[in-house]
Design a protein around this ligand. Structure first.
Ligand SMILES: [Zn+2]
Length: 245
């Protein structure tokens, strides 16, 4: 073996040793990353499921030949106020990326008779693929001292009960009144509903002071804020409970 060959063999051996040392360094760095809690290589999370509760049916009660309750002083029909509050609520929900279906979007009823009208509203609630329904009304009572919002759900319907509770909490907070209880009621429009459904009675047209407020568009907007916040609160509760499963 001449000197030239000997040098070539030494050079090749040196390259092999160098590559081996480099490999060892890389392996040791990789294993130290694995043992470091903050740098653990985690599996890629699956794509999160779509946000639950994203489509809301708002049902402005009454309309057309059926004006509903009327104001003691002004004679205004609740149908008109229901629509105003529903439209404000719709705008707020759309701004928060909900999709919204209104059961009526003008002063008219949606069918020739009251019975057909109610049936059509129920059909809309269930055939539009909505996640929840909020029916908006104004109240009336023989004792004119009675006032304040009320939220009704069907007894035994726990999802609707949660929705009702979220909305009454937000109404009481927004209107700065003490927390009220929710109520059960046997109403055709929300009875046996396939989706959570509640009736929001925003206030009493039989109470003169409240009638004045309910006719005011700023107060109607306040009610709309409270209802949309209540829907948000309900959505959050659904997200949290599905995350716990
Ligand atoms: Zn009503």
């Amino acid at each position: 073996m001449n000197i030239k060959n000997s040098l070539r063999i030494r050079l090749v051996a040196l390259i092999f040793v160098g590559a081996f040392v480099l490999l060892m360094i890389m392996l040791s760095r990789f294993s130290s990353k694995q043992s470091d809690g903050n740098n653990i290589i985690k599996p890629v999370s699956p794509t999160p499921s779509p946000t639950p509760v994203c489509h809301v049916v708002l049902d402005p009660g009454h309309g057309g030949y059926d004006r509903g309750a009327s104001g003691t002083r002004t004679g205004i029909g609740e149908a008109e106020i229901n629509l105003a509050v529903a439209r404000f609520t719709q705008d707020l929900l759309i701004a928060k990326n909900y999709s919204v279906t209104l059961t009526r979007n003008d002063e008219n009823a949606i069918a020739e008779t009251k019975k057909e009208d109610m049936a059509k509203r129920r059909k809309l609630m269930h055939e539009t693929g909505a996640d929840i329904t909020v029916s908006i009304h104004m109240n009336k009572f023989k004792d004119s001292a009675v006032h304040g919002p009320m939220v009704f759900y069907t007894k035994g319907d726990t999802a609707s009960q949660t929705l009702a509770d979220c909305i009454i909490q937000c109404l009481c907070n927004t209107l700065e009144i003490p927390k009220r209880h929710i109520n059960t009621g046997n109403y055709y429009v929300i009875r046996d509903s396939k989706i959570p459904a509640v009736i929001v009675e925003c206030g009493f047209l039989s109470n003169p002071a409240e009638e004045e407020k309910l006719c005011n568009s700023e107060y109607q907007m306040l009610l709309a804020h409270a209802i949309s916040d209540g829907i948000d609160m309900y959505r959050l509760s659904v997200v949290r409970s599905s995350a716990e499963i």
